[in-house]
Design a protein around this ligand. Structure first.
Ligand code: VG1
Ligand code: CO
Length: 545
């Protein structure tokens, strides 16, 4: 019997423009009739040459994940996809999806996640399309999808039964082959190729203590398989390891505020030697030592500086990239290694071309994201394994390793202040106010500083020459300090202002200062220049990293 396909009439939604990392909306929006379907059909409409080929599909397990997967499978079948690989239970971490796309030569993947945003019936949901290299769709692809969403009039869906997402093995949706695959196995094998598992096992079986908080999000099964089952970490090393549809009511964002349980474990007497957490979809990581926080920008620099200790990177790095607001600590490592350091706009999609062209091996963002050319997404557990491999080789504490790094390179004091859920009109007014000063600021004294440059960051991709404008306002000073202002592109309610602050301190005797103290003069100036308190009505940021 030929597959029955239903063609459904629809009308466009005007808010389906993908942001920093796909389309993110509150769950009720995605549940609006035709909303998800319109976006998925628009994605297929924007692509050519995928018929008969393989798609990878999975998500972070949040509320609506299973339902959305059943819908997307039927739409993929109706649109002529040859085969879809789905993670068991509908689960795939973002880096694991990237790994599978590459390994099985899929034409792309659909990842269902709103990453670090809360989940549940009133929480957030998201859809992200990844291309054949395993990475997030570049802007030309997301723009093409958005164009399609503006004029869509119908979508196609197979009339078929839901599949059993929990049973491994082949099945069928209409004419399309479906394979429910182990979500962890291929990814775990890739990790084993990159890192010295024997060395890490020796470390974890010694008196070294570790705590990995999966925040009830997607990395639970991955972390248990890798750390506890393969690497010999004690049972219970992975906490909150059961993925829950609402992340247990938490905010699956691995930072000092939202991962407070881990922070309490790591900042007390007799704290473990090493602590880590990852986010909703498993692409972020937070690294902690005994009573010590590793700033993500420092983590990137340190991973790059120690890369040759790790088997997968023993031949050295071709280059490093960081997003613009990320601190310049990585630049100092690149300089010492004699390799290039690229500065890209925020969002992993901007690293793809550089990785594909082998201009860089390692890249990262200040927002707890680090990764390499092993996949085309940032990768939380990869970063945790990288640190464990370094710790196993160096046999020093996390703190000692970071402090030694500062002694060699100087310390880039760094902090990000987030003002979440502020009024959009006020946020736009604040950014417009900053833009209006860009012409006159250069050369001006500001407090004890002198402005060296002030601009709205624009990026020209070195590989395909595509240009991305308005990527954040930078005010840089003659002593190398800087502040950056951006509005978030991943939130779903109101606006989130991100203020990024950085200053450089070569003097070792000052490295122990609290970053909030070291950066105080810049924090005061940022408020003066941007009128944050006056315009947002907020006395202080929601989250300080
Ligand atoms: C944030 C981060 C950015 C990251 C993005 C996606 O974007 O700042 O560095 O790439 O989230 O991360 P924004 O536009 O809100 O600042 V994830 O873990 O949501 O895939
Ligand atoms: Co994420």
């Amino acid at each position: 019997m030929p597959m029955a396909i239903k063609t459904v009439s629809t009308t466009p939604f005007d808010d389906q423009k993908p942001g920093t990392s796909g389309l993110r909306k509150q769950v009720p929006t995605f549940q609006t009739p035709h909303y998800l379907e319109n976006f998925i059909q628009s994605t297929f409409n924007s692509l050519d040459d995928y018929q008969g080929k393989t798609l990878v599909l999975g998500g972070d397990g949040r509320y609506y994940n299973r339902k959305a997967i059943q819908i997307i499978l039927k739409m993929a079948a109706a649109n002529g996809v040859g085969k879809t690989l789905v993670g068991q239970g509908g689960i795939l971490s973002t880096p694991a999806a990237s790994c599978l796309i590459r390994q099985y030569h899929a034409f792309g993947g659909i990842i269902l996640s709103a990453s670090h945003n809360p989940g549940g019936p009133e929480g957030d949901f998201g859809v992200k399309y990844n291309v054949a290299n395993g990475g997030p769709a570049p802007e030309k692809v997301t723009s093409a999808i958005f164009e399609q969403t503006k004029s869509i009039s119908e979508y196609k869906i197979a009339e078929a039964a839901d599949i059993d997402l929990d049973s491994l093995g082949p099945t069928q949706v209409g004419d399309m082959a479906v394979e429910v695959i182990d979500a962890v196995a291929d990814y775990a094998k890739l990790m084993e190729k990159l890192f010295d598992f024997d060395k890490i096992r020796q470390l974890l079986e010694s008196d070294f203590t570790m705590c990995m908080d999966s925040l009830h999000a997607v990395t639970g099964p991955y972390a248990k398989a890798i750390f506890e089952q393969t690497l010999g970490a004690k049972a219970g090393t992975v906490t909150n390891g059961e993925p829950l549809e609402d992340f247990g009511g938490g905010h699956p964002d691995p930072n000092l505020v939202y991962a407070h349980e881990l922070v309490e474990t790591m900042f007390c007497e007799n704290a473990p030697d090493f602590g880590a957490a990852s986010d909703g979809d498993g692409d972020r990581n937070m690294i902690l030592g005994n009573n010590f926080f590793v700033n993500p920008s420092d983590s990137l620099a340190l991973i790059a500086a120690n890369a040759t200790l790790v088997p997968g990177y023993q031949d050295g790095l071709s280059g490093i990239a960081r997003s613009m607001p990320t601190s310049q600590a990585a630049d100092r490592v690149a300089e010492k290694l004699g390799i290039d350091c690229y500065e890209t706009p925020t969002g992993w999609k901007f690293f793809g071309n550089l990785l594909d062209a082998n201009k860089i091996t390692i890249c990262g963002e200040e927002s707890f994201g680090t990764g390499s050319n092993h996949v085309r997404e940032k990768d939380g557990l990869w970063a945790v394994l990288f640190w464990l491999n370094i710790l196993a080789e160096r046999q020093q504490s996390v703190e000692d390793i970071v402090v030694a790094h500062w002694q060699t390179y100087g310390r880039n004091f760094y902090s990000r202040h987030d003002y979440e859920g502020i009024d959009s009109a006020q946020a736009n007014q604040l950014m417009a106010g900053l833009r209006s000063q860009l012409q006159t600021l250069p050369g001006q004294p500001l407090g004890d500083y002198t402005v060296a440059y002030a601009d709205d960051f624009s990026y020209t991709d070195p590989i395909d020459s595509s240009i991305s404008q308005n990527q954040g306002i930078r005010i840089g000073f003659t002593d190398g300090s800087r502040m950056v202002f951006r509005l978030s592109g991943t939130g779903t309610q109101g606006a989130t202002l991100r203020l990024y602050l950085e200053s450089y301190e070569p003097d070792e005797s000052k490295h122990q200062l609290d970053p909030q103290v070291a950066l105080k003069p810049l924090i005061v100036l940022a408020d003066q220049v941007a009128q944050i308190k006056t315009l947002t009505g907020r006395d202080q940021p929601t989250v300080i990293t």
